[in-house]
Design a protein around this ligand. Structure first.
Ligand SMILES: NC(=O)C1=CN([C@@H]2O[C@H](COP(=O)(O)OP(=O)(O)OC[C@H]3O[C@@H](n4cnc5c(N)ncnc54)[C@H](O)[C@@H]3O)[C@@H](O)[C@H]2O)C=CC1
Ligand SMILES: NCC(=O)COP(=O)(O)O
Length: 347
C-alpha cells in the first residue's frame, strides 16, 4: 500500500509537445529532479521513440512504464516513469526541427488526451511542452496556440494568458495578434473581463486574498495626460476605476507608465502586472525569468501550466535545453491544485 504522502502527490498529465523540438529533452532532465519524485506523479503523454532518443542523447536511463490506453494507467505510483503513448512514431517522423504531418497530428492528440484525463479526474492538472505553432497550422490546427485550444476543449467562457516567475507575474490583455491590431482590441469591456479572470485566479489559484494588480499603460509615460495617446484617458483608466469600485477585495491600480511598472512589480510592489500586449509583458518577464517561469492559462475549469519557451529547433538534439521552466511549470501546477483543493474543502 502507498504511504499517505505518496497518495497525496499531485497527478500531472505532462504533454511532450513537438517531438522534433526540445520537449523530450527537458522532460527527461526534469524527471530526474528530486522534487518530482516527492511532490507529484507525472504521466508523460507523448511519443516513446522521442523519449528514448532524448534519454540516449543525455545518457540518462529512466525506467519506463509504457501504456497505450487510458484504462492501463496505474492507479498508484508505478515503478519508473509512466508514459502514455498511443501511436509510436518512427525516427523519420520526428527528425529534429522538421515536424512531419504524423508528428503534428500526434502533438495535437497529446494535448487532447491530457485535457480529457484532467476533465475526467484521471489527472489533477495539465502541464504542456512546447508546440511549433506554424508547423501545426500548416497541418490544419485551427487555433493560435494551446490557450485557445484548451478554451475550446473545456468550454471556458474567458481565458487569460499569464506568465509567472518567482518574482514577477505578467498577464496579457491581448495575446497573439499583430501590434497594429492591439489598440482596437483593448476595450473597456475586454479589460474588465481580463481583470475579472486575473483577479479571481490570483485569489483562487495562488491564495492571494487581496491581490495587488497593476495595469500597464499602452503609450509612453502612460500617455502623458493625453499628449502621447489617449487610450489611457479614454479606455484604460475608466476600466480600472470601474473594477476598483466593484471589486473592493482587489487592489487594482493604473494605468502605470509601462517602462517602470514591471521593475516595480519585480521589486515586490504588485502581485501581477496586466500588460496590454504580448511583447510588452513577455520581454521583461523572459529577461529576468526565462529559465524559471511558467505559462498559466487562467479561467479554465482545469489547471493548466506550460513551459515559457518554444520548441528551440536551433538547439533540439544537442542536449543544451534547460529544464528549469518545465520544472517551474510542474511546481506551479501543484501549487494551483493545492490551492483549489483547499478552497473546495473550506467551501
Ligand atoms: N509553450 C509553447 O508551446 C510555446 C511555443 N512557442 C513556439 O515555439 C516556436 C519557436 O519559437 P521561438 O520564438 O523561436 O522561441 P523558442 O523559445 O523556441 O526559442 C528562442 C530562443 O530560446 C532558446 N531556448 C528555447 N528553449 C530553451 C531551453 N529550454 N533552454 C535553453 N534555451 C532555450 C532557443 O535556442 C532560442 O535561441 C514558435 O512556433 C512559437 O510559436 C513559443 C513559446 C511558447
Ligand atoms: N508566447 C507564449 C506562447 O506562445 C504560448 O502560447 P500557448 O500555446 O500556451 O497558447
Amino acid at each position: 500500500m502507498e504511504s499517505k504522502a505518496t497518495f497525496q502527490r499531485v497527478r500531472l498529465a505532462v504533454t511532450m509537445g513537438d517531438p522534433a523540438g526540445v520537449g523530450p529533452e527537458v522532460i527527461v532532465k526534469a524527471l530526474q529532479h528530486p522534487w518530482v519524485q516527492t511532490a507529484c506523479r507525472p504521466v508523460i503523454i507523448g511519443d516513446v521513440t522521442a523519449l528514448r532518443r532524448a534519454m540516449d542523447l543525455l545518457g540518462i536511463a529512466l525506467p519506463l512504464k509504457i501504456v497505450h490506453e487510458l484504462h492501463e494507467l496505474p492507479t498508484q505510483s508505478p515503478e519508473g516513469v509512466c508514459v502514455l503513448c498511443r501511436t509510436p512514431l518512427s525516427l523519420e517522423d520526428i527528425a529534429y526541427g522538421r515536424p512531419s504531418a504524423a508528428a503534428c497530428r500526434e502533438t495535437v492528440q497529446f494535448i487532447r488526451t491530457a485535457v480529457g484525463m484532467t476533465v475526467n479526474k484521471l489527472a489533477d492538472a495539465v502541464v504542456t511542452g512546447p508546440i511549433h505553432k506554424d508547423a501545426l497550422h500548416r497541418h490544419g490546427f485551427p487555433f493560435p496556440g494551446h490557450t485557445e485550444f484548451l478554451q475550446d476543449l473545456t468550454g471556458a467562457s474567458h481565458v487569460v494568458m499569464m506568465l509567472a516567475g518567482p518574482k514577477l507575474r505578467v498577464a496579457l490583455a491581448t495575446i497573439h495578434c499583430a501590434l497594429r491590431d492591439v489598440p482596437e482590441r483593448i476595450t473597456y469591456e475586454s479589460l474588465l473581463d481580463t481583470l475579472e479572470t486575473l483577479a479571481t485566479s490570483l485569489r483562487r489559484d495562488f491564495g492571494l486574498a487581496r491581490p495587488k494588480v497593476a495595469v500597464s499603460g499602452l503609450n509612453p509615460h502612460a500617455g502623458e495626460a493625453g499628449r502621447f495617446g489617449r487610450e489611457e484617458l479614454d479606455v484604460i483608466a475608466p476600466a480600472v476605476n470601474r473594477f476598483r469600485d466593484t471589486h473592493p477585495w482587489c487592489d487594482v491600480s493604473g494605468p502605470h507608465p509601462p517602462d517602470t511598472v514591471f521593475f516595480r512589480a519585480f521589486e515586490g510592489h504588485f502581485d501581477a502586472v496586466l500588460a496590454l500586449y504580448h511583447d510588452q509583458g513577455l520581454i521583461p518577464l523572459k529577461l529576468v525569468h526565462f529559465y524559471e517561469a511558467a505559462n498559466v492559462t487562467l479561467g479554465l475549469p482545469i489547471v493548466r501550466t506550460s513551459v515559457d519557451h518554444g520548441t528551440g529547433y536551433d538547439i533540439a538534439g544537442k542536449g543544451l535545453a534547460h529544464c528549469g521552466s518545465l520544472l517551474f511549470a510542474m511546481q506551479t501546477a501543484v501549487t494551483m491544485v493545492r490551492h483549489r483543493n483547499a478552497e473546495r474543502i473550506l467551501a
